[in-house]
Design a protein around this ligand. Structure first.
Ligand SMILES: [Zn+2]
Length: 280
């Protein structure tokens, strides 16, 4: 997961903008009346996300006693996502935040949607709260749908609140064979507490990142096999290892826990690959 800066737009401003063009007088009054509850719930969300206690927030079916869940969901879909809707400016700001449009949850696929970190079906008061809206690829968005954390260990990582980029936790192992394959795994540093380690492992498992990264690594290796075998034939196995080490360091400059970084380190450390795997 890649860290993103927390959005600076205030929930009250975003919500007020979204409902600014509601024409039905009765609906408008009901939506305006529950504004304070939306502000309060957004503030509580921030505090719980900071303390890793989001699982303690109770689910709701109604906001402000008389705004139904489906009406709040329409505030998001009709008044924030719609291309000409008043809240679209905030949607665009949020969805374009990740560098190069890469999903912060998997660090590989392209952002296509906003993921409600706490689902809108269970937390209607947070449908347009910026801190609850995370840019995501479709696959990560779908994988998260069924997650219902009941403890801090099970809470999904949040790119605005969690930072796991400073320590190396993603590793890969070369599986000897023809074709060469890769096994990705999480190995948290010893100074992490168990909650942090479990959350990262759950993130890795829920989003099926092992499979995604293994497939990408196999494809990447296919692309460079000709080059590496040429280096082996002209300079030798040590040169192959040095080339792989340089590639690993170069990828690490981009992201420490990038699937390519883990892949190149695994290849650089495999003496089998430098002599046998490279020539298959
Ligand atoms: Zn993703």
């Amino acid at each position: 997961m890649r860290k993103l800066p927390k959005p600076t737009d205030q929930p009250e401003v975003v919500y007020t903008t979204c409902i600014s063009r509601v024409r039905d007088p009765s609906l408008k009054i009901r939506l305006m009346t529950c504004k304070q509850e939306i502000i309060d719930d957004s503030l509580a969300f921030d505090q719980h996300a900071t303390n890793n206690t989001l699982h303690l927030i109770a689910e709701k079916n109604v906001v402000g006693n008389n705004v139904l869940k489906n009406e709040m969901e329409k505030v998001y879909t009709d008044r924030m996502v719609g291309k000409t809707s008043p809240g679209r400016v905030y949607y665009d700001k949020l969805i374009t935040a990740p560098k190069n449009g890469i999903c912060p949850l998997c660090g590989h696929r392209v952002v296509q949607t906003l993921d409600h970190h706490l689902p809108k079906a269970h937390h209607p008061s947070l449908v347009v709260s910026p801190a609850n809206l995370v840019p995501s690829c479709s696959d990560c968005n779908k994988s998260k749908l069924n997650t219902r954390p009941s403890s801090p260990d099970e809470e999904p990582l949040h790119p605005y609140f969690d930072d796991i980029e400073g320590d190396r936790w993603l590793y890969a192992e070369v599986i000897q064979g023809n074709p060469v394959a890769f096994q990705y795994f999480v190995s948290p540093p010893s100074h992490w507490d168990s909650v942090k380690a479990n959350r990262v492992q759950n993130h890795f498992d829920t989003l099926e990142l092992s499979r995604l990264y293994s497939i990408q690594a196999a494809t990447e290796l296919s692309d460079i096999t000709y080059l590496l075998s040429k280096i082996y034939q002209t300079v030798g196995a040590d040169a192959v290892r040095n080339q792989l080490s340089d590639s690993a360091e170069s990828c690490e400059q981009q992201h420490l826990n990038y699937w390519k970084t883990a892949m190149y380190y695994a290849l650089a450390q495999s003496t089998w690959f430098h002599t046998v795997g490279v020539n298959q």
